[in-house]
Ligand binder design. Structure first.
Ligand SMILES: CC(C)(COP(=O)(O)OP(=O)(O)OC[C@H]1O[C@@H](n2cnc3c(N)ncnc32)[C@H](O)[C@@H]1OP(=O)(O)O)[C@@H](O)C(=O)NCCC(=O)NCCS
Length: 204
């Protein structure tokens, strides 16, 4: 693994420093790379294709070109890092996943985790929010990307990762995904939409 330290500015300037090839076979290539300003069209197709169920598990501000454009325009503007999973075959190239790190810890997270006996310290804990398009969920792509997400978090100087907004208690696939990738369930809470959520954390 590459252990060169990273910052948002560095990733924006030199995206290759946070680019990983996950599959490289004659018929398909899967790459995890930072979102770039030229991704508007690919990201629009990704967002438009998400089912209602997936939108219920992972929300974007909208599911159209406006959201894609906003995300592409906000690279290195806020303390967020977005990476895309891009699948290329002979016939097509498509974004099949978007993984976001938030390097901001909010008051609600700090208070809930304090209740579990864990003191979240800014600049050492980041928040993760992954989303894979429906067609490719449950096929191991998220787990293929996770070691590299951990690598990136570590290179950003992070010691642990929590889930942005927790994970809905009825999102069984995601809970299984987090568990098998080393996340621990810390507790249950009710989110502002009155839905039961789990807080999960993974130390790096
Ligand atoms: C959560 C998510 C990122 C995981 O990525 P993924 O590529 O689907 O995950 P993986 O295939 O690596 O792992 C999923 C695991 O759940 C299992 N699984 C699939 N469907 C399941 C279900 N309905 N109930 C329980 N487990 C399920 C899979 O078999 C696999 O476990 P296994 O390897 O032990 O067999 C992806 O499913 C996703 O984007 N879902 C929609 C958005 C979302 O929920 N985001 C998370 C918000 S907190």
């Amino acid at each position: 693994m590459n252990m060169e330290p990273l910052s948002l500015g560095k990733v924006a300037e030199q995206p290759l420093c946070a680019t990983y090839t996950l599959i490289d076979s004659p018929d398909r290539r899967l790459v995890l790379r930072p979102l770039n300003p030229r991704d508007v069209q690919g990201l629009t197709i990704f967002l438009e294709g998400l089912s209602q169920e997936t939108r219920g598990f992972h929300s974007f501000s909208s599911y159209d070109e406006k959201c894609a454009r906003d995300l592409c325009d906000s690279i290195n503007v806020y303390d967020k890092l977005r990476l895309v999973l891009e699948l290329t075959s002979k016939e097509y190239q498509e974004i099949i996943g978007v993984f976001m790190f938030g390097f901001d810890i909010v008051k609600g997270d700090i208070e809930r985790y304090r209740g579990y006996g864990i003191e979240l310290i800014n600049d050492t804990v980041c928040r993760l929010s992954p989303c894979i398009t429906d067609e490719y969920q449950g096929q191991g792509y998220g787990s293929l990307a996770m070691p590299h997400m951990l690598d990136i978090a570590e290179r950003f100087g992070q010691k642990s990762i929590i889930l942005l907004g927790g994970v809905l208690a009825r999102n069984f696939r995601a809970i299984r995904f987090y568990e098998k990738n080393g996340f621990q369930n810390m507790g249950v809470w009710i989110n502002p939409d009155n839905q039961e959520c789990l807080d999960m954390i993974r130390n790096i």
